[in-house]
Design a protein around this ligand. Structure first.
Ligand SMILES: [Zn+2]
Length: 469
């Protein structure tokens, strides 16, 4: 706020938009100052800048809970390209799924520093835990704003291969082999509980997956259907049972990432009824893609996309409030590496999706009356802010960060990789015509994108200060 001739002027006024608040939609102006929301009002106080929001809906900035970047291109570049794509897609905070082979104490700061001048939007990290030494460093992580830990139950034995974050300043893939045994998983859950942090769980039993994949390969099967066969929903169920047992034993909150099958959703409801504290994330692809209709290998992902019945069941689960958040599981990779081989087994798992998430939810969800706007806000922002302690975000109300995504529900546009300017040269949704798009992305009161152009600056985005209650 500046005081000019005794007149107070605020920084920014957003007029005439439909504002999504925790009490539903209101027709009011939003007054922003010093990056914070000051007032939701009928008045139009003097402001340095003004945005006419006529015909648009203002929602709390989208928080993408699940993003992989810095693995296939160095983080100083990846943070620029991927936060660019994110901003175009209306995302204001991206949560990086950070993977390290070695010590957090030795290299966390180096990694954070390398991305510090690169983000257009705000960001934070989940720390993946792969070994005993990293368990001993979980406290160190919490002292550095990382209040959530990722467990990969899918990695071990014959299927223990994983790419870690590139070393800052180097453009070299970091190939690694890990063994996330149940014994290790139990210790991580115990430690996370002591630190009062949730664990994010990739629930697929690696032993079952390794065995079934071997069988599928021996039969010379190919395609996304076989990929799904080789990683049956039953293997998700098995891991869900195991981790929930630990969750109850140590009173730890379990956050299931990328849930997209009926069996997994049903098992999770059972475990909730047994008293486990659980949150559930799904991804846009489990709401839109099935191996029954998807050709080629681009949509290869772990866990696999399933049947059309599963897709329908995920929508129903959303409607029943059995799902809390939408994360993209965005992987910033390129075709050259993705399709480095000639069958589904040699294709790389994971694909980009951070830019298309909100448009998909608006087009396939809100505009097809499958979810309401209020529900969308909870799924894309408010719930994530509560679960992960992003206490300044997730709400358009006085005192919160002025992270606002302005959407045009009537806007139609065709998806293409070029639209987002990310690292990836393909998208599984390439060519889809979607209705409902973000047209302005505002982070802490600054306009970052306007009509599909990024007008913000890399380095504006900050590491979010987190606080778990
Ligand atoms: Zn992931």
């Amino acid at each position: 706020m500046k005081i000019i001739d005794k007149l107070m002027t605020y920084d920014l006024l957003i007029t005439d938009s439909h504002v999504m608040t925790q009490n539903g939609m209101v027709e009011k102006n939003i007054v922003i100052d010093d990056g914070k929301i000051k007032l939701i009002t009928n008045e139009s106080p003097t402001c340095d800048k003004k945005i006419n929001g006529s015909g648009l809906v203002s929602i709390p900035g989208v928080i993408d809970t699940h993003v992989h970047y810095g693995v296939y291109s160095p983080i100083d570049q990846a943070a620029i390209t991927e936060s660019h794509a994110a901003a175009i897609g209306g995302v204001t905070t991206m949560m990086r799924m950070f993977r390290l082979e070695g010590s957090y104490i030795d290299s966390l700061q180096k990694h954070l520093l390398a991305s510090q001048k690169s983000h257009y939007i705000d960001y934070t990290l989940h720390a993946s835990i792969f070994n005993e030494n990293q368990i001993s460093e979980m406290k160190h992580c919490t002292e550095n704003q990382i209040l959530s830990f990722k467990i990969y139950m899918n990695l071990g034995g014959d299927v223990g291969h994983v790419y870690m974050e590139m070393n800052p300043g180097e453009e070299k893939l970091i190939s690694s082999q890990v063994n996330v045994t149940n014994e290790l998983v139990e210790k991580i859950v115990k430690r996370a509980s002591e630190l009062k942090c949730p664990v994010l769980v990739h629930a697929e039993d690696y032993q079952e997956c390794a065995c079934a994949m071997k069988t599928e390969k021996e039969k010379n099967h190919d395609g996304l259907n076989s990929w799904s066969q080789s990683r049956s929903p039953d293997f998700e169920v098995k891991s869900i049972q195991t981790i929930c047992e630990y969750g109850r034993k140590y009173d730890c909150t379990i956050y299931f990432v990328h849930i997209g099958s009926k069996s997994a959703l049903d098992q999770i409801q059972l475990e909730k009824n047994n008293g486990t504290k659980i949150f559930v994330e799904t991804c846009p692809h489990y709401l839109t893609l099935s191996h029954e209709t998807q050709d080629g290998y681009l949509a290869k992902v772990m866990p696999p996309i399933r049947t059309k019945n599963d897709v329908e069941y995920v929508w129903q689960s959303l409607q029943k409030n059995h799902i809390d958040t939408i994360g993209t599981d965005h992987v910033a990779n390129q075709l050259k590496l993705k399709l480095d081989g000639d069958d589904v087994w040699s294709a790389l798992a994971g694909f980009p999706g951070i830019g298309t998430s909100l448009p998909i939810l608006l087009s396939e969800g809100v505009n097809k009356n499958r979810i309401t706007l209020d529900h969308l806000v909870n799924l894309t922002s408010t719930n994530a802010s509560k679960i992960f302690g992003l206490s300044d975000k997730g709400n358009i109300a006085p005192g919160f960060d002025a992270d606002i995504t302005m959407i045009d529900l009537k806007k139609e546009k065709k998806v293409s990789p070029e639209l987002f300017g990310g690292f990836s040269d393909y998208l599984v949704y390439d060519g889809w015509n979607l209705k409902g798009w973000p047209v302005k992305t505002i982070v802490r009161g600054s306009l970052i994108t306007e009509d599909f152009e990024v007008v913000g600056k890399p380095g504006y985005g900050k590491l979010v200060t987190r606080k778990l209650s």
